[in-house]
Design a protein around this ligand. Structure first.
Ligand code: PGA
Length: 251
């Protein structure tokens, strides 16, 4: 079970420090839930300092697929490693939608993250239109398959999938637990086929899209929902900690 906070393009340096300290305070003993927060790049180091000696881990919201070189404005996996990141969110729908990231690019990033021993949190999810057309399963299935093309890795903890229906992100509209479970089961089946029953069966599949303290419990109770990728509610320490508590109740 993993609860990861995606701060997106929010918080300046001082806000980021305060929020990280607030979250670390509010989450004293998350065991056995894994907890991570993903602040903007410029605050990673400072947030990492705040998190030292706490169980909360650090993640980034994006990274480049090459190790280094002439890629103005980009950040590499080893740079993220050097400031203490364990996770990198890859292929978030906002990256796909506003920055033209496609499946091939996401897959390159996933392979680079794994080579650099970062745990990629690979985001997939359908639009409202695709769901209305009855194509949600097909879209998500092909995104997962493409992101994992050519991927080799050692164990179930090396990689995380986040199912985030685009229509639920930042909208206050959440997938019903049944809708979430249906898609998670489909992803689970793919992972079992791809990596074998044991590994595929125990990889974390997170739900994301307006997860809040009031709806986290029923979503996390579903058998194939192994945690959450939390946007808006991760900007409030108390709300984020409440979601971590709900996750703990499920174990
Ligand atoms: P939200 O964002 O919780 O604000 O809907 C989730 C995400 O985009 O990861």
């Amino acid at each position: 079970m993993l609860i990861a906070g995606n701060w997106k393009m929010n918080t300046d340096l001082e806000d980021a420090r305060d929020l990280a300290a607030g979250i670390a305070d509010a989450i004293t003993d998350p065991d056995p839930v894994q907890v991570a927060i993903c602040p903007p790049f410029v605050s990673l180091e400072a947030v990492g300092e705040e998190l030292k000696g706490t169980p909360v881990q650090l993640g980034a919201q994006n990274m480049h697929f090459e190790e280094e070189g002439a890629y103005t404005g980009e950040v590499s996996a080893s740079m993220l490693q050097s400031v203490g990141c364990r996770y990198a969110i890859l292929g978030h729908s906002e990256r796909r939608q506003y920055f033209g990231e496609d499946d091939e690019l996401v897959s390159q990033k996933v392979r680079q993250a794994l080579r650099s021993e970062l745990v990629p949190i690979i985001c997939v999810g359908e639009s409202q239109e695709q769901r209305n057309d009855g194509r949600a399963g097909e879209v998500v299935g092909s995104q997962v398959e493409a992101a994992l093309a050519g991927v080799e890795f050692n164990g179930a903890d090396d990689l995380v999938i986040a199912y985030e229906p685009i229509w639920a992100i930042g909208t206050g509209e959440t997938a019903t637990p049944e809708q979430a479970q249906e898609m998670h089961a489909l992803i689970r089946e793919f992972l079992r086929e791809r990596f074998g029953d044991t590994t595929g069966g125990s990889m974390d599949i997170l739900y994301g899209g307006s997860m809040k303290p009031h709806n986290a419990e029923e979503l996390l109770a579903e058998p194939d929902v192994d945690g959450g990728l939390v946007g808006g509610a991760s900007l409030q320490a108390a709300d984020f900690a409440a979601i971590v508590d709900r996750a703990g109740d499920q174990i």
